[in-house]
Design a protein around this ligand. Structure first.
Ligand code: MTE
Length: 312
């Protein structure tokens, strides 16, 4: 697959100063509100043990963050077009307030959350994560977010809940891409319950210290750093706890090429190309792809005994 680089700054990259300050204030304000909030939703000792005692936001990562201009202009968001520069050009039509996320299914307290309520669930943290796209490129992104587990705990999952399904906005008025049946709309993704509860899985609301831009999945998106980027459902509106493995947009579109698990795995090639190396956006030479995207110490135990060639 070709790697296309935008020749110039997209107009949407040039943020007027006033909007820049509004976005920074959003992140700061949300963070301080959350810190006043519930301490009971922070990770317990079992989760801390899974990280070998390292706080998730302190996992050492030597890689340099990818320049912000690339993070916000080289995107996949097919609801706004299939070219990498399309989301930065066209996603400005996405209206992100008011915004509600419905959390339902096998839980004792199903309910809907406004984006403001979501921001109070747990302290916002900055997490510098490697992101690896199945197409062979990667980035390192300073996300702002909170653990997905905080939201799931708030609705009290039942024992029969084995999977978490995510659906994102599909609005033909705001999203020109959904008139084309490239994927099944709304875009859907899924995680196994233990993956969803893992402290590295976050719901991101910002990056580089600012509120997310529409092209990156505003106002709230999934980030699961040990899986290929397409797991990162953008602009989430519905989260469902369920017993059955959810159908996911890419697996529905092409089940031979995209599986449910989607773990970054240099030993399992995509049917049409190798996954052994990657090109970091902003760099020229390729680098080796790491098992579980470099997070093996933290997540490999989730897959003990599984054949990852079959469960790709
Ligand atoms: N979410 C929605 N709703 N629609 C999409 O087309 N693309 C996915 C994922 N989330 C997509 C989506 C893919 S293929 C990738 S690689 C990542 O978003 C890209 O995230 P980024 O543009 O912020 O790097």
């Amino acid at each position: 697959m070709l790697i296309r680089r935008p020749a110039d700054l997209a107009p949407s990259e040039i943020t007027p100063q006033e909007i820049y300050h509004q976005r920074r204030n959003f992140i700061r304000h949300a963070g301080s509100l959350a810190l006043l909030g519930s301490a009971t939703l922070t990770s317990g000792s079992a989760l801390a043990a899974a990280l070998n005692g390292i706080a998730p936001n302190k996992i050492p990562i030597e890689d340099k963050p990818t320049p912000r201009k690339d993070v916000i202009s080289y995107n996949n968001y097919y609801e706004f077009g299939v070219e990498k520069e399309d989301p930065a050009h066209y996603a400005g039509t996405l209206k992100t307030r008011p915004w509600t996320v419905v959390v339902e299914g096998l839980c004792n307290k199903p309910r809907s959350f406004s984006i403001e309520e979501l921001l109070k669930l747990a302290p916002l943290e900055e997490r510098l994560y490697r992101m690896r796209c199945v197409e062979g490129w990667s980035m390192v992104i300073p996300w702002e977010g909170f653990p997905l587990s905080a939201l799931l705990r708030a609705v009290q999952p039942q024992g029969s809940a084995k999977y978490v399904a995510f659906s994102t906005l599909a609005d033909s008025k705001m999203m020109p891409g959904i008139k084309y049946p490239i994927l099944q709309w709304p875009y859907t993704e899924g995680l196994r319950m233990d993956e969803a509860m893992h402290p590295l899985a976050i719901l991101a609301v910002g990056l580089y210290g600012e509120e997310l831009l529409p092209q990156n999945g505003a106002p709230i998106r999934l980030v699961v750093p040990w899986k290929y980027g397409f797991k990162s459902a953008k602009s989430i509106v519905r989260i469902r706890l369920q017993e059955a493995m959810p159908a996911t947009a890419w697996a529905v579109a092409n089940p031979k090429e995209y599986g449910f698990y989607s773990n970054v795995n240099p030993e399992v090639d995509h049917p049409r190309w190798s996954q052994a190396t990657e090109r970091r956006i902003g760099e020229f030479s390729k680098r080796k792809t790491l098992m579980f995207n470099g997070y093996a110490d933290q997540v490999a135990s989730l897959y003990t005994g599984m054949d990852l060639k079959k469960n790709f």
